[in-house]
Ligand binder design. Structure first.
Ligand SMILES: [Zn+2]
Ligand SMILES: [Zn+2]
Length: 375
């Protein structure tokens, strides 16, 4: 096996491509050849320097290989591995998805089965000085440590559709689940980027009778309609917070949404979203992941409205096969592959981030999500 390439963030705004020695495979381990790595909003926060990667205990400080919204193919596996985490036969060459975080199995949260709350050995196992065991998605290889959860991808699914499973799609399915979604619910999605489009389709398939999607870009709202939105609110047409809250009330028989999910990523939208929740409903917070996402809340309104605020950081491992089944079920129903709006080779990663950042802020841009696609 020859050396492999990986893009590490050497300083805010700058990736460099490094070459590393071949990844050896231990018993129980799997070397995955990465096919696609999505540029998630959290990657952009790291790239801008707004978030700092937290490494595992004992890792050597240094530049980190980013990227976690990835899918790939089993290239080599430990001799003792014959199945995936659902007991399906797993062979070299099979496409797989897996959690991008690594529960330690040695902490109170792991003991309680709360793998997505594990505080250690989380997303970044190490820096480039800990490679060859690469745990970043913007690389030719990703290493699954012994005992890690892994799920075979059904052949019927295209690479474009599978690309967003790890992170975006699983995150919103998990968010609706812990928000308590049930048949007939009227829900609201704040933001129609990649997460918002997945959230829309997932809410419909999880039983929502009304999915109201709010955004400021017509192309995104159009895709939201194709992916299950029953109503859309363009903030350009309904410019005040009060009028948007009224609009949601009108569309929910005067009550407000059973669940409102925030996938905009700006704290400014939180108070608006909470006002859209019905009495006793839930506000699922997904997007405001970086430091100092400060919000001033009138707690009396939360208490008297009995609004539950539910944070959703990291999906649970069992969400991944649910997301795959969901994609099979809706394959010909919603054009979720359209979320993959731009693709770049690994060598153009700096360009990919600069353009994603710019497109995310540009008025009228329909950019959903950019992906690094490996050769
Ligand atoms: Zn992500
Ligand atoms: Zn743990």
């Amino acid at each position: 096996m020859t050396k492999f390439k990986a893009a590490a963030l050497v300083e805010p705004g700058k990736f460099e491509i490094f070459e590393f020695p071949p990844v050896p495979v231990q018993d129980g381990g799997i070397r995955v050849k990465v096919k696609t790595g999505g540029i998630c909003g959290s990657d952009l926060h790291f790239w801008r320097g707004e978030l700092k990667p937290i490494l595992s205990p004992g890792a050597k400080p240094g530049p980190v290989v980013l990227g976690h919204e990835l899918a790939g193919v089993v290239e080599e596996k430990g001799k003792d591995i014959s199945t995936d985490s659902l007991g399906q036969v797993l062979q070299e060459g099979d496409r797989v998805v897996f959690p991008y975080y690594f529960p330690c199995h040695r902490c109170y949260n792991c003991l309680k089965g709360e793998f997505n709350h594990c505080p250690t050995r989380f997303r970044f196992r190490g820096s480039i000085y800990d490679v060859p065991y690469c745990n970043g998605g913007f690389a030719e290889y990703f290493y699954l440590w012994p005992g890690h959860f892994v799920f075979k991808v059904p052949e019927i699914l295209s690479n474009e559709v599978v690309a967003g499973v790890n992170c975006a799609l699983s995150q919103v399915i998990y968010g609706w689940k812990i928000g308590g979604i049930s048949i007939g619910d009227r829900v609201v999605v704040q933001g129609a980027g990649g997460l918002g489009i997945y959230a829309t389709a997932a809410a419909r398939e999880m039983g929502a009778s009304e999915v109201i999607v709010i955004d400021g870009q017509k192309e995104r709202l159009e895709l939201a309609k194709q992916c299950g939105a029953t109503q859309t609110i363009d903030i350009n047409d309904v410019p005040s917070v009060e009028s948007r809250v009224e609009c949601v009330k009108d569309l929910t028989m005067g009550r407000g949404g059973d669940i409102v999910m925030e996938v905009v990523g700006y704290p400014q939208v939180v108070n608006e979203g909470i006002q859209m929740v019905r009495r006793g409903g839930a506000y699922v917070e997904v997007g405001n992941i970086w430091d100092n996402s400060n919000v001033t809340l009138d707690m009396s309104k939360i208490i008297w409205g009995q609004v539950k605020i539910i944070p959703a950081a990291h999906y649970t491992p069992e969400t991944l096969p649910i997301a795959l089944d969901f994609l099979v079920a809706i394959k010909d129903k919603y054009p979720l592959g359209n979320i993959m709006s731009n693709t770049y080779p690994l060598e153009k990663i700096n360009e990919a981030f600069t353009e994603s950042d710019w497109l995310g802020k540009k008025e009228g841009s329909s950019n959903m999500r950019s992906f690094i696609v490996m050769e």
